[in-house]
Design a protein around this ligand. Structure first.
Ligand SMILES: Nc1ncnc2c1ncn2[C@@H]1O[C@H](COP(=O)(O)OP(=O)(O)O)[C@@H](O)[C@H]1O
Ligand SMILES: Nc1ccn([C@@H]2O[C@H](COP(=O)(O)OP(=O)(O)O)[C@@H](O)[C@H]2O)c(=O)n1
Length: 212
């Protein structure tokens, strides 16, 4: 079974994807981390995220970088949404994600274009959303917990800027696939959001099994 979980920043897609991976025993890939690793490499080398050639040169980052806590910061997230708009960066990361999705036994991936581009054949597609303010509150609290000093207003502004850039880019824009199910987590606890996601997976797979 392949499960695609897409949605905007801090909507809860990673939390849901990890919980579903555990529940169904599936390997999970956080595809946002790949773009964050490209962005972090560009920033560390003092190159320009807006220059496609600089960003493409950073696509050969070492896997160990994916564990660096710096990748989770706001600044790297902003730069990630700039590098991710370059078609050649998306092309450079495409096969890795498609291979992950196609492994025997299935997989779960979360990101922005999983249901539309990476795994349009996915058995279940969820598009997780929440209001910008609630997402900013969650991300602000998370960054504070991790020891990063940033204001709520900064986090909210960054989330709005990223939403706009991610939804408006020409190459694989963030949008729900036509056959995705929307899951609004604005007023759901983590536990309730996960239960709802599990129920949706069960519904979708039962509906598929019923089809002749
Ligand atoms: N339904 C929820 N209610 C409250 N907090 C949540 C909920 N879902 C996720 N969170 C918290 O919000 C933050 C962002 O969640 P995350 O799953 O990383 O989002 P995303 O992967 O969409 O960026 C995390 O600190 C997470 O624990
Ligand atoms: N499949 C994906 C995943 C992330 N991204 C980009 O990478 C950035 C960081 O993604 P992320 O999933 O780590 O961000 P959060 O939702 O965790 O804040 C996003 O703002 C997108 O620009 C993308 O373009 N396509």
């Amino acid at each position: 079974m392949i499960i695609a979980v897409d949605g905007p920043a801090a909507s809860g897609k990673g939390t849901i994807a990890r919980a579903l991976a555990k529940r169904y025993g599936l390997p999970h890939l956080d595809t946002g981390l790949l773009y964050r690793a490209v962005a972090a490499t560009v920033l560390r080398e003092e190159l320009d995220p807006a220059r496609e050639a600089d960003a493409v040169a950073a696509c050969g980052f070492p896997d160990a970088l994916l564990d660096d806590p710096w990748l989770r910061t706001d600044g790297v997230g902003q730069a990630a949404s700039i590098v991710s708009a370059h078609p050649l960066v998306r092309a450079a990361l495409l096969q890795r994600q498609r291979r992950f999705a196609a492994q025997p036994g299935g997989a779960i991936l979360d990101g922005r274009d999983i249901g539309t581009v990476i795994a349009p054949q996915a058995d279940v597609k969820l598009f997780v959303k929440a209001t910008p303010r609630i997402r900013a509150q969650r991300r602000h609290a998370e960054l504070q917990r991790r020891g990063f000093d940033v204001t709520f207003d900064r986090v909210l502004a960054d989330i709005r800027a990223r939403d706009e850039r991610d939804a408006k880019r020409a190459s694989a824009p963030m949008k729900p696939a036509d056959d995705a199910t929307l899951l609004d987590t604005s007023f759901l606890s983590i536990e309730a959001a996960v239960q709802r996601a599990i129920a949706l997976v069960e519904e979708r797979t039962a509906a598929k099994a019923d089809r002749p």
